[in-house]
Design a protein. Sequence first.
Lengths: 400, 437, 242
Amino acid sequence: MPIGPIIRAMRHNRMRFALIIFEIALTLAIVTNAVNMILHERGLMQQKSGFDDENLIAISYQPFGAEFREESYTEGSIQADMRAIRAIPGVKAVSVTRFLPWQGGGSSGTWKTEGYGDKFQAQLYAARGEIFPTLGLKVAQGRGFVENDTPAETNVPTRVTIISRALAKKLWGDANPIGRVITSGDGESPRTVIGIIDEFYNPYSWNIGEFVLFTPGRAYDTGGARFLLRTEPGAVKSVVSQLEPRLLAVNPHRVFQTQTIAEIKDRFFSAGTLVIRAMTGIIIVLVFITALGIVGITSLAVSERTKQIGTRRALGATKGDILKHFLAENWIVTTAGLILGIFATYGLNFMLVSQLTDTKMPWYLVVIGVVLLWLNGLVATIPPALRAASVSPAIATRSV
Amino acid sequence: MLLYNVKIALKSLRRNPVLTALLISAIALGICVSTTFIALRHVFEKDPLPGRSGQVFNVRLDNWDPQRAYNAEDPNSLPSMISYRDMRALMKSDIPTRQTGTFRASYFIHPDPKAGRPYAEDIRLVFTDFFTMFAVPFQYGGPWDKAADSKPEQVIVIDHATNEKLFGGTNSVGKTVRMEDRNYKVVGVIAPWNPPVRFYDLTQGLGPRVEPIYMPFNFTEPLEIYTNGNSDGWKGFDGDGHAAYINSESVWIQFWAELPTPEKQQAYREFVNNYVRDQKKLGRFQRPLHTEVTSLPDLMNELQIVPPAIRSLSIVSMLFLVVCSLNLVGLLLGKFLARVPEVSVRRALGASRWQVFWQHVVECELVGIAGGIIGMLLSIGMLSMIAKFAPNPEVVRLDPEMVLVSLFLSLGAGLLAGIYPSWRVCSVAPAMQLKVQ
Amino acid sequence: MLEMKNIKKIYRTERIETHALENFSLKVDDGEFVSVMGPSGSGKTTFLNVAGLLDTFEEGHYILDGKDVSRLSDSEMSKIRNRAIGFVFQSFNLIPDLNVFDNVDVPLRYRGLGGSDRKQRIERSLELVGLSSRIKHLPSQLSGGQQQRVAIARVLAGDPKLILADEPTGNLDSLMAREIMDLLDRINEQGTTIVMVTHSPECAVRAQRQIHVLDGRVVDLETPRISLARTDAGAGIVSTLG
């Protein structure tokens, strides 16, 4: 295909080609950035907690009955509540803890340990009962909690802790973490590491999502408590419906709030879900619209140049030559648009990165975007180009 | 003339209904998407206290661990709230025209047993300045008086929904509500009030809804009320119980001061810094002097209250509208150029170049307005779908301001799409075309 | 060079069939300069389209340069147009977006010639028509006569055996028209066959032979076998062909 004359001829329709170039450039910029945002959000959503999220339920109560002000009563009722929960068919394990997966926060503290120079920050949760079986975690190294790990008296701090593998790695690398001692930031309340859990992730505003210390302890007070329980697969619904009645039977002087972890997770990711859906919609519509735009403008070019096409045919151009002419023209425009689009992509990315963090544009997305839009342009040119090719050469002898 | 233009334009649009539908739907699509996401952003970004938000200031002090910043990764970070004792000290200043410390707690409401079971409710502890400072709208009654603040008196302000629930929506001022083991007298009922952002407590992003019940702050000590919101600490407590908690370095109170003039703002910043300097002499505040007195809009910006994804969506959706408009340029160009013979006749009959130009611009704007209206209706539907994702669904909607913006965008899109084709068609010479005919 | 036997060409629209050529027969010898005359609607243009392989026909035979070209595929026809036939149109049909050089280049490109060959042909043919100095001009920057000379250069560059000219002077004033006719004469003297459709008697007499077309047929005016009858109502021309 003779590119030189095509480009020289295109200069006379600058505006029209400029339109397609801008459209393609903007489309590339939008599509790549939208895909980038989708991938970013999906990356966050696909982060595994390590827990059996789908089969977890949290139920908390707040008491208003005066009897709950007695610590001994609360203690007894917690035990009774746990028994009642365990008795519900489909319940696999239950624990009392302030830890609530996927709520986007929790409790944390500043800690110190030998072998790690700086103080460090990690999440801290006290738990009672079968916290790891409840979450669906295995204690991969060392041992789990046993009943007398929990001090009998309220004010005595616990002496042991089970931490996440990520935290152990951060603190001591590959050395054996079992038996090491972690203290609070000011060097008090030492806790010995007795076990390691392999997986743990709970999103936190600070970068400590994978760092956790679990301690055995009273994760409740006279103001109420929260039970976390795990059901057999598929039993969540039936268990939820039985929880409140059973616990009310233990003591009615309190109010409950029940949530499934799946719901909490959905809520946590609602903005991400919105972004993914909106961006997907925008991409689909946009690619379609750009294709329509190319069809429209190329059709216009064809109908405006009917006479010219006829002349070319009269001068010996085959249908294939005409088809090739329009495809070549489109190829030039698309390529120009995509080159401009690469700049636009990074420009828009720069703008969006100033709003969002961590969404630098990976080069391979741009490459994929360029290839797909290039094909999109090609496909969109074919119908009008075919129409051009079917122009009769006899048009040439007609006067206007 | 405009009317005549509109008439001709309508005729022209009716001549090719398929093309017209295509043009209108392209604009409608662009407007729907852009309006939806701009409105969504606007919902969360709009000034919660129009005209006054710049005078309302949040106070933060860096009382954190000498060895570690609040956010260990950012040495310049400071806690987002202040401690109880610092709040007490700051309240002594008479520079602010209004000021309040505030936090959220959870309390039990015991309705008349006939009306229902006891229930737990979020309550907010505030000083009476809170209501005027944050322009809380009242349906009945009003804020309690200053005397009720200092004593404190057993008075509360309840919201519209609570008033419906407990008193059937009647004027309940003077009636009492039983909370835990005390009776509180209702002094004010808030009119339906649903700000999209819980702007007086930005510690939880967009935040949940505003609280249903408000009681005097000074009950915190006598009733030993703990916060139900965030509480961050770095230092152990001296002693046990509530007294130790409120005397600790733990931060859990949002503190606000109204400072209407630059002089007051300057003086107040000075006052806050001097307070910290004095405290340093007592051994507290061992980190470098760092206080922030931040206006409400600045704070909302700093804390990225509007989810960044929503800002990004609004930017992308505007570009989407531009692409839709660019598409129209091609279609309109085709439509207008096909009309060159007709235009040349009009030109021959004495229509000026400008008249022809405006004639076509009017046609594009009609398309813009029609598409804009359809797009706006669609975006109302989109917003109601999106609302399901928001913590506060009923605030996600098109307000009058956004309707205007949307109309303006449609006119802009129509103009952007139409100006070049109109110029092309008006620059056709009349004679040339007549000769050919 | 060119022989047409009993060609029939019908234009069909949804309802109407128009017989554009009916039993059309014509023979043109090598090196001849023939003019074809006839009123509007007589079938001149259809004849030209068929002769130039721009259009197909229903019945009859067409022998071009000794080869039967009656039933060829579209791309075979394109190839013959490109190599054997040169067109000169009334409205010049230069491509407005291309400059003079690129316009002359168009058929050579389709012929797939090499760059230096093309350049040589283009320069030589532009020299022949006296437009060597206007290579970079766009058609819109040239006068009508110059444009037609570019169109003729485009023909010459392809070195065709047959030139089909469709009212080549129709859009030109008489001075320019004479220039163009002189040019065609010179080309014909080199041995190229020219068939020229025209209304203009002045042009027609420059040809060696005049052919008259009426109602889709060739008529011999020297020995008229037809008569034109005008109906009393004046509804139109009715042919009473025998």
